[in-house]
Design a protein around this ligand. Structure first.
Ligand SMILES: O=C(O)CCC(=O)C(=O)O
Length: 255
């Protein structure tokens, strides 16, 4: 298991390819705690915090499927900063040292998600760049992190990335022309799908990715859930054109 800062080779790989996969970065015990906590919120056993949102999948919202259980209805959770247990993920020492190796010591968390892909629904995430959702710059000082909680395979709808795509511009995004598209799932049109590399990940495996990296995920064709926990960090050197982003409701400085 990794606990130290990234090596020069890993840092080079991140900046050349736009991503870096770190196997087994988060322990099974920690993952089990985050998973259990997520489920208590997702099934309304525990009341959501003020900022937290549990989003239902569009197929469920439109009545195209009848969820087998409350957990089968959930597409994602956003904004778990106020929950100390889930926020423990953002403070995982291995994550922090890896991210600091890429963007420096002074870091903030920007946004948090749990991505839940139940069986039996479409749930695809179109190819996109996360910078589409952020006003702050420079992009090189923002890092996305995604850890598999449950196995992410071709069958369950793992992430797919286009290596090196982060070296380009922020591309046009639009709502895909699909029958079922979850809220704010914008995608890039006219992109060569043959360039995709599918990243199969075991629980605990963690992807660090550049906010301009083109990525998305496929449909869950299995009978199991696919679930991941994710955070974006930014360096204190970033600037926003509109206001002091450090004062944002979801933003937290990391000591
Ligand atoms: O988990 C997924 O299916 C997609 C995640 C994603 O696209 C992201 O973290 O930006």
């Amino acid at each position: 298991m990794k606990s130290l800062r990234l090596s020069e080779a890993e840092i080079t790989q991140y900046f050349e390819q736009g991503y870096l996969l770190l196997p087994g970065l988060i322990t099974a015990d920690a993952l089990a705690r985050y998973d259990k906590r997520f489920i208590t919120f997702a099934t309304a056993e525990r009341e959501a915090t003020v900022q937290m949102k549990i989003m239902r999948d569009i197929m469920v919202v439109k009545g195209a499927v009848q969820p087998e259980t409350p957990l089968h209805a959930v597409n994602k959770m956003i904004n778990f900063e106020e929950d100390a247990e889930l926020y423990g993920y953002v403070l995982e020492p291995n994550l922090l040292s890896a991210v600091r190796s890429l963007v420096g010591e002074d870091i903030y968390s920007l946004s948090t998600n749990v991505f839940n892909k139940p069986p039996g629904i479409d749930g695809r995430h179109p190819l996109h760049q996360d910078l589409r959702y952020f006003r702050i710059r420079p992009a090189d000082k923002i890092v996305g992190v995604w850890t598999a909680i449950l196995p992410a395979t071709r069958e369950t709808g793992c992430l797919a990335v286009i290596p090196g795509s982060h070296a380009g511009e922020l591309l046009e995004h639009a709502e895909p022309d699909w029958e079922f598209v979850n809220r704010a799932f914008f995608g890039i049109e006219n992109i060569d799908l043959d360039l995709r590399v599918h990243l199969e990940m075991a629980p605990g495996d963690t992807l660090l990715f550049h906010p301009l990296l083109v990525h998305g995920s496929g449909r869950n064709r299995s009978r199991r859930f696919r679930r991941a926990i994710s955070v974006h960090y930014a360096s204190g050197d970033c600037e926003s054109p509109i206001r002091d982003w450090r004062q944002g409701k979801q933003v937290r400085r990391i000591d």
